[in-house]
Design a protein around this ligand. Structure first.
Ligand code: SF4
Length: 81
C-alpha cells in the first residue's frame, strides 16, 4: 500500500442525522439516500474543493464527515464566511 495521495472523503452513515447541510454545501460530493442519510458521490474530489470540504466537515452537527488529506480546520478561518 502506498500513502494516500490527495483528498479522500468518507462519511459515517450511522451517526448522520440527515441534516442535509453537507448536501447543500457540496452537492457534487454529497447526496442523501431515501432515508436522508449521507451518501458520498465523489470519494476523491479535486483539490479546488478544499475550502468547501472544510466547511462541510466543520458544519456537520454530528461530525460524520471525514476528509483525509485535508488537515485540521483551525487554519481555514481567515476567509469570507
Ligand atoms: S451534514 Fe452531517 S448529519 Fe447532515 S446530512 Fe451531512 S453527514 Fe449527515
Amino acid at each position: 500500500m502506498t500513502a494516500v495521495d490527495g483528498l479522500r472523503v468518507s462519511a459515517d452513515r450511522e451517526s448522520c442525522v440527515t441534516s442535509s447541510l453537507c448536501v447543500y454545501r457540496l452537492p457534487q460530493v454529497f447526496d442523501q439516500d431515501a432515508e436522508g442519510r449521507v451518501l458520498v458521490l465523489d470519494e476523491r474530489p479535486p483539490d479546488g474543493l478544499r475550502r468547501e470540504l472544510r466547511r462541510a466537515r466543520r458544519g456537520c452537527p454530528t461530525r460524520s464527515i471525514r476528509v483525509d488529506g485535508l488537515g485540521p480546520d483551525a487554519d481555514e478561518d481567515g476567509g469570507a464566511p
